[in-house]
Design a protein around this ligand. Structure first.
Ligand code: PRP
Ligand code: URA
Length: 217
């Protein structure tokens, strides 16, 4: 289901399952309306959650089935936390919670200045036990990487040390920026696009993720 590109720095995992790629095509389509866009992002987030949790550790316990006692696997290790970057990251939360309902959710609000492309943090609220959790930073778009880097730095400044990044679409520039700043953070994406345009939008991308998710412009 997934293709790994071993980078010198952190791991880049491209989730290339056919269902993810199919749904992503409809997400990209400018004719897709807000309701369908939201539903598709939600579905892709669920499918990607399956991939991002692929290597979480397991313990073996004894369980009594109706037929016999047996040894069977359960998830162990750190509890999970989701950290959507506002606004657009919110659209991926429910899809992941379907698979990991016990995850706690923190929020980081970042707005990218349209001229400088620099992110400005306007909100942060983390679970009280965030430091002991494996955190997944969520944002549909990894463009320059400024927002993802700022979010990851904020988490590290708050004492969090096990962090992954999940995005739908990345530009090569964004992946490079995150790998350079945070080589300990593995990156999971559904597609690596061609480039950024002069306005910092991913080409071909999907446009402005927040606007398409919430019907604003
Ligand atoms: C978008 C997107 C990312 C960021 C990516 O958010 O959802 O957070 O841009 O760009 P970068 O990699 O160059 O930082 P935006 O700042 O437009 O805010 P919004 O979600 O509130 O629309
Ligand atoms: N943010 C978006 O929403 N879309 C892009 O293409 C780049 C940044």
């Amino acid at each position: 289901m997934m293709k790994r590109e071993e980078e010198a720095l952190s791991r880049l995992v491209i989730c290339d399952h056919p269902l993810i790629q199919h749904k992503l095509t409809y997400i990209r389509n400018k004719e897709t309306n807000t309701k369908d866009f939201r539903e598709l992002v939600d579905e892709v987030a669920t499918l990607m959650a399956y991939e991002i949790t692929r290597d979480i550790p397991l313990d073996t316990i004894t369980v009594q089935t109706p037929v016999a006692e047996t040894r069977a696997k359960i998830v162990s290790g750190r509890m999970l936390g989701l950290v959507p970057i506002l606004r657009a990251g919110l659209g991926m939360v429910d899809g992941i919670l379907k698979l990991i309902p016990s995850a706690k959710v923190g929020h980081i609000g970042l707005a990218r200045d349209h001229e400088t492309l620099q992110p400005r943090e306007y909100y942060i609220n983390l679970p009280t036990d965030a430091q002991s959790r494996m955190l997944i930073v969520i944002d549909p778009m990894l463009a320059t990487g400024g927002s993802a880097n700022a979010a990851i730095s904020s988490l590290k400044n708050n004492g969090c040390d096990q962090i992954k990044l999940m995005c739908l679409i990345a530009a090569p520039e964004g992946v490079e920026a995150v790998q350079a700043a945070h080589p300990d953070v593995d990156i999971y994406i559904a597609a690596m696009d061609e480039r950024l345009n002069e306005k910092g939008y991913i080409v071909p991308g999907l446009g402005d993720a927040g606007d398409r998710m919430f019907g604003t412009n």
